[in-house]
Design a protein around this ligand. Structure first.
Ligand SMILES: [Zn+2]
Length: 480
């Protein structure tokens, strides 16, 4: 994600924030004694409930415990005029413990029926938690299939002080769907935390004339029937839930391949038609360049989407970064496409390690500037380092704060951390390290400790002092 003024745009939603915060707090601790409230540790005893959170200390109700999703198949019908979603989510998962019941995350919307392995299941709802009780206990280690039929009018999450407006955002001609950090639950039942990645199929039916854009590649041409069009998209590589999208509206498309041969799709709302060709060309050029710097591109296609919803930010949706209501410049395209490696292929297990996404994507902006013969990464680093009064010196980026997750320090001081590392170990070792890192953890998840261990392993240097000074100390590093 990169912000271009999100907080100013979101300031009118402050009353919604107060309401939604109160709602979240009250649903968290009370529990009903059986749905696995976060205060109760996940039990591994036979036939117990899966935990209501996946175990992220800063977001204790996000995601769920007790199972691992392998695949989501989402059949989604949307009527922009009525702002109405009608959907069936089929989820293939594996039980990690014997499960008498388990939770999904879903906010708003009405659940009609749930089946587990073809048999009707009981369910209850409390806040964002959808608790499912299958007819029979699910055995540890065994796959199971959940089918949820649901619908209603999806609404985004509004968090003006911290996270902005995100999730399923209805627009005049469709929807703008960007879900970081936990907004997937506004449009499908999910294990909504990056620690559980899965592959996705999307089958999206919209009125004729509306284009549906989702992750991955289109399977066949759109089908027309009865005044409606159905688009089928497949993301066959593992993806975290916050990167899933079903962005809908009137779009102009440009399709082709990058110079290196990768499928490339750019889409622009007619209001941003003049941005389409640059978006297409730059996305292709930058993806090809990053493939030489960061290692082979991890996914099946690249591109980007400019919609007319004034989100004030861009989000790196897998294979299709979204630019909300502005004509993206090269720096922000370089940032979002670098995330395809850092954040998307290599995802984080805990939100507090967000610098592994944003520090790397910010540093990529500096590398792109250097590549273009403009300001070098060293010059940009020195410019920030010379800013003696910056608030980022008091915010160590190695542990992002849940109440200020997207702080500038996570981006800029995170990027500076990588430059300090590059200064210390030299260009050859630094860029070899980046490629080895993206190869070792491809499609997986990473931690800061794993990155540091790998940097030490590849360089043969003791680097804990450097990372301690840059990532974990609330002051401007003096030496490293
Ligand atoms: Zn970002």
């Amino acid at each position: 994600m990169r912000d271009i003024g999100r907080l100013a745009l979101a300031s009118t939603t402050i009353f919604s924030l107060i309401a939604s915060t109160a709602c979240t707090a009250s649903s968290g601790e009370s529990g009903d004694g059986g749905a696995g409230p976060s205060s109760k540790p996940a039990s591994t005893a036979p036939g117990t409930a899966g935990a209501a959170g996946i175990g992220d200390p800063d977001f204790p109700k996000d995601g769920n415990g007790g199972y691992d999703v392998r695949h989501y198949r989402l059949k989604l019908g949307y009527e922009p005029a009525a702002k109405r979603l009608d959907a069936v989510a089929s989820i293939d998962a594996t039980a990690l413990q014997d499960l008498s019941r388990f939770n999904l995350d879903l906010t708003g919307l009405d659940v009609r029926t749930i089946k587990v392995d073809g048999a009707p299941a009981a369910f209850s709802r409390e806040g964002h938690e959808l608790t499912v009780t299958p007819a029979k206990t699910l055995a540890a280690g065994r796959p199971f299939a959940v089918r949820v039929a649901y619908g209603g009018r999806p609404e985004p999450i509004r968090d003006a002080d911290n996270l902005g407006v995100y999730g399923f955002i209805p627009t005049a001609d469709g929807a703008f769907v960007t879900c970081q950090p936990n907004g997937a639950k506004t449009w499908f039942p999910a294990n909504d935390h990056p620690a559980d990645k899965a592959t996705f199929d999307f089958e999206i039916t919209v009125p004729k004339g509306v284009t549906a854009l989702a992750n991955g590649e289109m399977a066949g041409r759109p089908r027309e029937s009865g005044g409606k069009t159905t688009f089928v998209w497949r993301e066959r590589h593992p993806m975290v839930t916050y990167l899933a999208t079903m962005t809908l509206g009137k779009f102009q498309l440009r399709e082709g391949r990058t110079a290196a041969g990768l499928p490339n799709l750019a889409a622009a709302d007619p209001e941003y038609a003049s941005a389409l060709n640059d978006l297409y060309t730059l996305s292709g050029k930058i993806t090809d360049y990053w493939s030489t710097v960061f290692g082979p591109y991890p996914f099946g296609s690249t591109g980007g989407v400019v919609d007319d919803y004034a989100a004030g930010y861009a989000l790196e949706n897998q294979t299709k970064p979204m630019y909300g209501g502005f004509d993206p410049d090269e720096g922000i395209i370089a940032h979002e496409l670098a995330h395809q490696w850092f954040g998307n292929s290599l995802s984080i297990k805990r939100w507090q390690e967000l610098w592994l996404n944003e520090g790397f994507a910010t540093y990529a902006e500096w590398l792109w500037s250097e590549h273009k013969g403009e300001e070098t990464a060293e010059q940009i680093f020195q410019r920030h380092y010379g800013s003696l009064e910056s608030p980022m010196w008091e915010y160590p980026p190695g542990k992002a704060r849940p109440d200020d997750l997207f702080n500038n320090s996570v981006y800029t001081r995170g990027g500076m951390t990588l430059h300090a590392l590059r200064q210390r170990i030299g260009d050859k070792t630094f860029f070899d390290l980046l490629r080895a890192y993206t190869a070792r953890y491809k499609y997986g998840a990473v931690t800061t400790d794993e990155f540091i261990a790998m940097a030490e392993e590849r360089s043969g240097k003791q680097l804990d002092g450097l990372f301690q000074a840059w990532l974990f100390t609330p002051q401007r590093p003096a030496s490293w």
